[in-house]
Write a protein that binds this ligand. Structure first.
Ligand SMILES: C[S@@+](CC[C@H](N)C(=O)[O-])C[C@H]1O[C@@H](n2cnc3c(N)ncnc32)[C@H](O)[C@@H]1O
Length: 256
């Protein structure tokens, strides 16, 4: 395994000394089969913008650009890896789609990404987590080769040769008190609590306490059921959030 520290000063005269680069994770490339699985799990579409944080020789970025014709950005601190990645991108004829930024993953602005790929470490993912949650738009997919994200449990997981790939979908912030009018003029209120994509809380219909069930948050969309009395079917609602506000509500009565 390559060293965590690359000391560039070995090849330089004393008066040309450059500071050491501290890498938070060593360069270990993702193999081709795993790249395929990661891109499959990312479910890429023509409007996606992919960022690989710690992009190494750029293989994920180049594969995604080549196969899907989308804009892809690699962020890599090691200038030698960046140079390799740019050469490989030219060889793959995707230079016009890709960019390699020589910057620290903890400082770079990745907020335009709709897909993030990671092959770092559990501890690095956990350090990135607050920024991933705060700066990425709800619905952005995060795909991590091998490593998890602390107590933010992934939405989906695949295994390849005993190695896991995790997928998280950035959840909207939905905690709080929300109110809307049902199809028959009744007033529904929910007081929601949230931890990542997990949502629970209390509900009222015309100020009577009712049962809130099966809340499922995926990006900006929250599906939930409200049962107004134990003998009736629960009512299914789909709430859409935008910029922290409740935008639209769809209601459907569940059949038995
Ligand atoms: C395990 S490799 C993964 C490479 C590539 N993403 C892949 O899956 O093939 C991790 C990469 O992250 C880079 N890296 C480590 N710490 C970094 C940091 N703070 N900022 C930017 N890149 C970093 C390393 O130089 C290395 O190339």
């Amino acid at each position: 395994m390559p060293p965590l520290f690359r000391d560039l000063s070995d090849d330089l005269d004393d008066d040309e000394l450059e500071p050491e680069i501290f890498l938070d994770a060593p360069f270990v490339p993702t193999d081709d089969a795993m790249v395929d699985m990661m891109l499959k799990l990312a479910d890429l579409g023509p409007k996606d913008v992919l960022y690989d944080l710690g992009s190494g020789d750029g293989r994920i970025v180049i594969a995604a650009a080549k196969r899907h014709g989308i804009r892809c950005i690699g962020v890599e601190l090691d200038p030698l890896r960046v140079a390799d990645a740019m050469e490989d991108a030219a060889y793959a004829k995707v230079e016009f789609l890709v960019d390699f930024i020589e910057e620290d993953i903890f400082e770079v602005d990745f907020s335009e990404a709709t897909v993030i790929t990671l092959y770092l470490l559990d501890s690095i993912n956990v350090r990135l987590r607050p920024r991933l949650l705060a700066e990425l738009r709800p619905g952005t997919r995060i795909i991590s080769h091998s490593f998890e994200m602390g107590d933010w449990i992934s939405d989906e997981r695949l295994e390849l040769g005993g190695v896991s790939i995790h997928k998280w979908i950035v959840p909207a912030q939905v905690a709080g008190l929300w109110e809307w009018e049902g199809l028959n003029g009744e007033i529904y209120q929910v007081d929601l609590q949230q931890k990542y994509q997990e949502v629970w809380g209390q509900a009222w219909c015309d100020e009577q306490s009712v049962s809130l069930q099966n809340a499922q948050l995926c990006g900006n969309q929250l599906d939930l059921q409200i049962q107004t009395d134990p003998t009736s079917n629960p009512i299914q609602f789909t709430l859409h959030f935008e910029d922290g506000e409740l935008q639209t509500i769809e209601q459907e009565t569940q059949d038995n």
